[in-house]
Design a binder for this molecule. Sequence first.
Ligand SMILES: [Ca+2]
Ligand SMILES: [Ca+2]
Length: 197
Amino acid sequence: MLRFCIAPSFGDNDCFLLRNSISPIAGNNVYNNTCVNPGLYGLEADSSSVTTANVFRNNIFYSSGSAKQINVPNIGTGNIFEYNDVFSAASTVATWGGVDYTCANIADAGTGNLCVDPTFADIGTNNYHIPASSLIKDAGTSAGMPTGRTTDINNALASAHGFPSYADNQTQFCYGWDIGVDEYFIVCHPRELCPCP
Ligand SMILES: [Ca+2]
Ligand SMILES: [Ca+2]
């Protein structure tokens, strides 16, 4: 299981690489990760890889330029790619199961997939929190959420290594889970109704 990981730009690597030419890569649950400007792809499997029953939900695959984000030519059986935000100016933003998808039809690759700018707080300082106006707010799903997943990213070490604080640990807010590591959350006065922005 992989959830609530941030993968900013690094080298010429993928954020997620599925590679095994002998036995299937099976049963991975990849939820609520934020992948930004990967050196290669956000998610890749080479054509000889056999993948079975892997689930990708609520993840951000983001390119600030025109880099294709998903390259999975052979999806095998039972793999799910839903409620992800795949954003890029590339003509083909994703290849999933041998089919090329554009920004305009990424929803055809799976229910709830989007191609919208998350409008991160500040990419320059690796701040991938989202504002109230973000189109990925409440655009995720709780379907199949891994057991124990009740709050968003909770990383107390990030701020000690030059990142903004990611010690959010905030519960689902408003109309559903947000896509990516950050659940947008506001703290309200205890005697007030907390409005959804
Ligand atoms: Ca929400
Ligand atoms: Ca949050």
